[in-house]
Design a protein around this ligand. Sequence first.
Ligand SMILES: [Ca+2]
Ligand SMILES: [Ca+2]
Length: 363
Amino acid sequence: MKLFYLLFPLSLFFVSGLGAQKAKIADFRLAGEAIANGDNCIQLTPDREWASGSIWYKDAIDLNAPFEMEFKAVFGCKDRNGADGIVFVFHPHARRTGYQGEGMGFAGLEPSLGIEIDTWINEHLGDPLEDHVALLRDGYVNHSFNLKGPLAIPNVEDCREHLLKVIWSPAGKQLRVVLDGKTVLDYKGDIVNKIFHGNSKVYWGVTSATGAYSNRHAICFEKLEFTKAETSATPELSGKKAEALLRGEIITLNNLQFESGSASLLPLSKAELSQLALLMKHHPGLSLDIFGHTDNVGAAGANLLLSQRRSEAVADYLAGQGIPRHRLNPRGFGETYPIASNDTPAGRLKNRRVAFRLSRPIP
Ligand SMILES: [Ca+2]
Ligand SMILES: [Ca+2]
């Protein structure tokens, strides 16, 4: 009997494989060029130049609980001229594929933790001559930023399936990677605080890419044991909105509400705003424009003032969450920029809003 089962009730676990059912492809989101390949296998990239693909499990998991995941991975058949490798990734927001080539579909995903199995030497990144594993962070594939490695492994581009196990023990804060029965990477560290700023709920996935050289990359699920993160009742800043903000788009939050005619935030608003604060902490170079808007009920001058006070109330709340004032730019526009008709209650509700935009400060 496995130690896990002695420590935790079995019902806590989503168990696949090991006599139970295998992971279902339907439980994953495929991105880029990833395609299903049989019941429990996914081809991440074809053997073609400049391809990339990734898969992401649909639910977040909780890093405060242990997990064990087992895959068979295929890295293609070309040892000398094959590229680029596969990365097992934890990431709190986006479920997309990062950059191609040397990025292995991982580069650019931030914040993140990535276990790379890299098959192509990029000298400028500090890659060793051999195929290698390393523990990467925040979408950086350069080894001067990595948490552990690079550690050389025997050639994996041999047309064969390789058994890859990723094991996390939160009690010991220990991450272990076992390749073909041998521990190839062992890391101890406070991942939750060091990488994810205290947020233990993250998504996991596998990314891959080819560049000027290629190989076919694929994985098959063997055994997955992990605890799904409790879905909280508090509204969340969705991954979509976080991504839109990081692209510089203007967004509104669903649950940002004030007491009628007042600049007091309703308690419901605070969860999503706290997550916005967390996002800003992850991106310390960005500042936030906070745009207050009202409907056309009441005098225009009073509305202008109210919208200004509301945007300032939002700035106050974010400042209270540890965001420096110079990164917060509250402004009020009153009723001058409606996004819907003021003739209906639904339209007026839409117009009473606070909009946000992340931007680089003007030097
Ligand atoms: Ca190789
Ligand atoms: Ca490489």
